[in-house]
Design a protein around this ligand. Structure first.
Ligand code: CTP
Ligand code: CA
Length: 226
């Protein structure tokens, strides 16, 4: 009793979501990473499943439980994530890249633990593949949603990334803002649609933000305002 009729607008749709950080190995006991908790991506996977989608979640190293009904694939490095996304993107309708992918990885990975030496140490890094940009170039019918975490000029950078990566929408947030971004349970973000219209979303739990993102996406995909 009192139950609200559920909107299952994603029924029959396949949604691919990436979440969490990546780890780029230096040697058997060291790696580069970032503070992404994966909470936003996992919240999006939960929301998509509730809306009726068949969801695949490609997760970097995070300590979160797999949302009910979601097909999870664990990865470690940016290259692993690229491979798993590239394998599947063609058969998906909506692709959401909320993962915080490393831009660089050590050029060499040492097989044995490195020993410290006197003086400074320099490490050479090389670029990883930009997963989202690669998919943006190849996409046919897919709706591509990117994320951008910035510390200055978030909206401006977000719009540039949207264009450069051929995205259908982007969610940007300023991680310097109070209670926003990495590790927090809340986030403050702006959804930018294909017409470059900005939809600011106030500070709210990431679970709720995930619902808001799908509400805005529904409008973009179906033209439905409800
Ligand atoms: N992204 C990706 N593969 C990478 C780097 C980023 O797929 N190797 C994706 C992220 O998942 C995110 C979007 O690109 O959806 C934007 O990531 P961000 O780090 O904000 O932008 P970059 O293009 O990497 O630019 P920069 O870090 O220089 O701001
Ligand atoms: Ca980056």
């Amino acid at each position: 009793a009192g139950e609200v009729a559920k909107d299952r607008w994603l029924t029959g749709k396949k949604v691919l979501i990436t979440a969490g950080p990546t780890q780029e190995k230096i040697d058997p006991v060291r790696y580069f990473t970032n503070p992404s908790s994966g909470k936003m991506g996992f919240a999006l996977a939960t929301a998509a499943a509730h809306l009726g989608a068949e969801v695949t979640l490609i997760a970097g190293p995070v300590s979160l439980e797999t949302p009910a009904g979601v097909n999870r694939v664990d990865v470690v490095s940016a290259e692993d994530m690229f491979r798993e996304v590239d394998l599947r993107f063609n058969e998906h309708d909506i692709i959401i890249k909320s993962a915080a992918v490393a831009d660089y990885r050590p050029k060499l990975t040492y097989e044995d633990k490195m020993k410290k030496q006197p003086g400074n140490y320099r490490l050479e890094m090389e670029r990883t593949t930009d997963i989202l940009q690669t998919i943006g170039q190849k996409k046919t019918h897919q709706f591509l949603l990117g994320f951008a975490a910035e510390t200055v000029d978030a909206i401006e950078y977000g719009k540039k990334k949207m264009k450069k990566k051929n995205l259908d929408a982007i969610v940007v947030n300023n991680v310097k803002e109070d209670g926003a971004g990495f590790g927090h349970d809340t986030n403050t973000a702006t959804y930018i649609d294909r017409q470059l219209q900005e939809h600011p979303l106030p500070k709210m739990p990431k679970t709720q933000l995930a619902d808001e993102i799908f509400r805005l996406m529904k409008h973009d995909i179906t033209g439905d305002v409800h």
